[in-house]
Design a protein around this ligand. Structure first.
Ligand code: UDX
Length: 437
């Protein structure tokens, strides 16, 4: 099939590349000339495991092409994916200007039947809006369907190639048949393509992300309470998670959720509720709790250093909002670093992938270390913000040697409390007992 993808951000790039992998002829459109040039030369502009291999293979096979010409993109695809940014507006709602501007162009330019697919996370009612904007100028038939993506950064290729489900919001049989055909190679295992109306599809994405953010936030509250009463959140988690109605995943407490989706989508659903006079009380709490959770370790660090962080060297391991990505959007590390800098601390930071992005934001306010151990030299304490695998099994005697004193603040509960206690560390994590304090 002939596919066009408008917008080569995270979602567009993964979608375009994976659709080329199953033999479709894909053209990706982006207005950024330099980025398009790079992609034509086989350079993947984001860090995402396995994407580079697919990228190279499909460019070589001539199935994956890039252009800055919207016209070329609109001519080419029988199915046109809109994978455009929907940034957070000042009031928390999703800004649809990119989606609607391109829709206007689509209306003016298409000459034969096309299926326009909303792939971006967009508020309920967007498919309807896109339809009416295109209809203003269109001289041929077209359909608009909603097809939200559920990709996780770091696992996006796998999630796309082996989805647990595909949601398609469509009220046209013709468009539904095309979407089913396009996705059939990805659901051979028997996972469903769930067809529904456009609005329900749009809401499914917000509901799923808000539910997961709520699940994490609930566990963060349980963890905070565990500390008050001397319970161990790891045990509580294990006890709860084995109940199949609850499930083991997304029960890990920590210094809050971040990323490009959860924070934005929870706020957007909260705002969408307000617009129709519905107050999502649970989401109000989730937003408030998560914001406080990001700096939950700060008072503990302050209290350890007797409220004097001036000139203290704090090593930080992990800056990305989660492992396996260089994405720092809404990363808890940012809140922690800003708070620590404001208290006069000096920060020696290390992340396997996110250092360039953090450097763009913090410039010379931080010391950037070449390795996880280099960050520890002359440090008064270690703070862990992201659970990269490489941090899970460090050489503890090296850690002990390099740190001025053996103290670890762990925002991601990487270590076994008893083992680290035996190694002689003062260890302060989330929802578990503090050791050697
Ligand atoms: C999420 C959704 O999972 C995905 O379906 C959607 O398409 C986009 O948003 P992503 O943002 O890539 O994906 O990351 P995810 O792995 O879901 O983690 C989100 C945040 O929650 C991270 O900050 C992570 O550290 C945090 N998290 C996750 C926890 O704090 N505890 C958990 O148990 C799980």
């Amino acid at each position: 099939m002939k596919i066009s993808v408008i917008g080569t951000g995270y979602v567009g790039l993964v979608t375009g590349t994976c659709l080329a992998e199953t033999g479709n002829e894909v053209i990706c459109v982006d207005i950024d000339k330099a980025k398009v040039e790079k992609m034509r030369n086989g350079i993947v502009p984001i860090y995402e495991p396995h994407l580079d291999v697919l990228f190279e293979r499909n460019i070589k096979a001539n199935r994956l092409k890039f252009t800055t010409s919207l016209e070329e993109g609109l001519d080419h695809g029988d199915i046109i994916f809109l994978a455009l940014p929907t940034p957070e507006d000042e009031d928390g709602s999703a800004d649809l200007s990119y989606v609607l501007n391109v829709s206007e162009e689509i209306g003016k330019k298409i000459k034969e039947y096309k299926v326009i697919v909303d792939k971006s996370t967009v508020p309920v009612g967007t498919a309807e809006k896109v339809h009416s904007v295109i209809a203003k100028n269109a001289s041929c038939e077209f359909d608009v369907v909603s097809n939200p993506e559920f990709l996780r950064e770091g696992f996006a290729v796998d999630d796309f190639l082996k989805p647990e489900r595909i949601v398609v919001g469509s009220s046209s049989e013709r468009a539904t048949a095309l979407m089913k055909k396009l996705y059939s190679p990805f659901v051979r295992s028997g996972n469903p393509i769930i067809i529904m109306d456009e609005k329900s599809a749009e809401l499914t994405k917000y509901a799923a992300n808000s539910f997961l953010a709520t699940k994490i936030t609930f566990m963060n509250e349980i963890a905070n309470y565990c500390e008050k009463v001397g319970a161990d959140v790891d045990m509580v988690r294990a006890g709860m998670g084995t109940d199949s109605r609850i499930g083991k995943r997304f029960l890990f407490p920590g210094i809050g959720y971040g990323g490009s989706c959860f924070p934005k989508d929870v706020k957007a659903l909260q705002k969408a509720g307000k617009d129709v006079d519905y107050d999502f009380k649970i989401l109000n709490s989730v937003i408030e709790i998560n914001s406080a959770q990001k700096t939950i370790l700060l008072p503990k660090i302050e209290s350890y250093f007797k409220n004097d962080l001036k000139g203290k060297n704090i090593a930080i391991w992990g800056l990305a909002f989660k492992p396996e990505t260089d994405d720092i959007r809404e990363a808890p590390s940012i809140d922690m670093m800003e708070a620590l800098l404001a208290k006069g601390a000096k920060l020696q930071v290390f992340d396997p992938e996110a250092m360039p992005n953090i450097e763009k934001r913090f410039g010379n306010k931080l010391n950037y270390s070449e390795s996880m151990y280099a960050a520890l030299e002359n440090a008064d304490a270690l703070l862990i913000c992201t659970e990269w695998s490489i941090f899970r099994t460090p050489n503890f005697s090296k850690l002990n040697q390099l740190l001025k004193q053996p103290i670890i603040f762990d925002g991601r509960n990487l270590y076994n409390v008893n083992e680290i206690e035996a190694e002689g560390f003062t260890y302060i994590s989330i929802g578990r007992k503090a050791t050697n304090l």
